[in-house]
Write a protein that binds this ligand. Sequence first.
Ligand SMILES: Nc1ncnc2c1ncn2[C@@H]1O[C@H](COP(=O)(O)OP(=O)(O)O)[C@@H](O)[C@H]1O
Ligand SMILES: [Mg+2]
Length: 288
Amino acid sequence: MALLEISDLSLEFATRRGVTPVLHGINLSVGRGQIVGLVGETGSGKSVTGLSIARLVPSPPGRYTAGTVTFDGLDILSLSERDMRGLRGVRIGMVFQDPSTNLNPSFTVRSQMVDVGLHVAAVAPERLNLNPGAPARARHKAALDKAVHMLERVGIRDAARRIGSHPHEFSGGMRQRVLIAMALMGRPELLIADEPTTALDVTVQAQVLQLLYGLVREFNLAVVLITHNMGVVAQLCTDVAVMEAGIIVEAGPARQVLREPRHAYTRLLLGAVPSVHGRQRPSVGAAQ
Ligand SMILES: Nc1ncnc2c1ncn2[C@@H]1O[C@H](COP(=O)(O)OP(=O)(O)O)[C@@H](O)[C@H]1O
Ligand SMILES: [Mg+2]
């Protein structure tokens, strides 16, 4: 069984205006070293799929009507909230475009990263090389050291000083690097990244994707990379699952799906990125 297995997952939202089914029997399998691109138009169900893996779909209104999400043999949808907190931000890293994992403009990067580190120290002290009974001072120091180290790893120079800055003092690309550093602080095995570079201009996007690719390889992560951009899939992903209206209409190795898309909808998505039809991957180089 792969590290992450989503099996026959169906989700609906029950609102005052009625019940809307949004996922219809989703199947997705992601192992270590795999970067699975989840692609599709806005509203196709990519984000709710990603959120389901971390059990972050609000419920109500969300309601699973069938299926399972299994992470390393754990039945995610039936774990206690306490057990989930032990996974989120620790074994499962997340870069989402929502306030829960985004940077808060009011606090320094240091305070936000140290918070994440303290969470790791509380639920998985060994991941920060701490003893279970380590005193608060030691936990704080380990959290801060790890934060600075991770900022250096994502290419932020003079990290020990710059960690004291507020988010707005960083460029958009640097803020995304900070978010990636935060997501990796707990040494996760699985990373879920929801449109991590969509808001960035093309050059910066390529740099951040290249960084992400290097880290994924180095830490041998399993990755679910949500995007609506087939170019990103071509550059980065080992595998791809194409979603349309809550259904995975096509899935397989990225090379194969990009070269011989079988589903009309996949061909439509590819039509927006002529460069991926060539024999070589785009020259961003991240995939090499
Ligand atoms: N909290 C929510 N309440 C009600 N409907 C929601 C909620 N979150 C998402 N949806 C609906 O679920 C569908 C899939 O949304 P989403 O996963 O965000 O799409 P994508 O990420 O592919 O753009 C959409 O129709 C959206 O309106
Ligand atoms: Mg989305």
